[in-house]
Design a protein around this ligand. Sequence first.
Ligand code: GTP
Ligand code: MG
Length: 208
Amino acid sequence: MNIESDFETLLKICIIGDSSVGKTNVLFKFIDGQFSALHVATIGFDYKSKIITLPSTKQKIKLQIWDTAGQEKYMSMNKSLFQRVQGIILMYDITNRETFERLHIWLNLIKQMTNEIPIILVGNKLDLEDNEDHGRIVEYSEGEDFAKENEIDFYEVSAVSGENIDIIFTSIAEKVIKNLKSERLLSVENIQIDDKKDNIKPRKKCGC
Ligand code: GTP
Ligand code: MG
C-alpha cells in the first residue's frame, strides 16, 4: 500500500472556543472570503469543506471543518464532536480577556475527550488591536506563553482583513497528516513485531 497516496484524503477538524470569539466568521472568510458584522450564534454545529494543497508535500487534502457553538448549553454536543475529528483549532478573542482565561477549560475538555490530537491556538480580531474604543486586551506574548506552556502552535488572525486565515488551516492540516503518519508507522511496526513472534526464523548474519 502506498502510504503517501493513502493520506490524500479527507481530514476532519473543528473550531472551538467561547461564544463570539469569531469561529463562524473565520471559517466563512477561509471558505469564500465573506465577513459578517452580525453575531448570529451558531446552534449545535455545522461544517464546510475546502480542498487545500499542503505546502510541504503539495498533497491535495479535503478539509472538513466543523464550526461549533460556543454557548455553554451546547457543550455536550461539542464533546461528542471532539471524538470524531483529527485536529482542533482553539480560538479566543484578543479584545476579550475572559475568552483567553477560559482557554484552560477548553484544553481540559479536549484532553478528557480525545487521544492527544493536534491543536493550534488562535487569537482572533487582530484588526481591532489599535482600536481606541474596543482594542487589544490580551497581549501577543500572553497568547504565545500559553501556547508554549501547552506545547501548541499559536497565531493571531483577523476574519475582517483575512490576515493569517489561510495559514491556520494549512498548519493544522500539516499537523494532522504528520500525526496520522506517525500513528500508521507505529501500527506497521507493531504488525511486524507480531509477525516475528509467529514466524521465528533466525535472521541470516550479514557478512559485512
Ligand atoms: P458562536 O457561534 O456564538 O459560538 O460565536 P462565534 O465564535 O461563531 O462568533 P461569530 O463568528 O459569530 O462572531 C461574533 C462577532 O464577532 C460578530 O459580530 C462578528 O462580526 C465579530 N467578529 C468575528 N471575527 C471578527 C474579527 O476578526 N474582527 C472583528 N472586528 N470582528 C469579528
Ligand atoms: Mg458561530
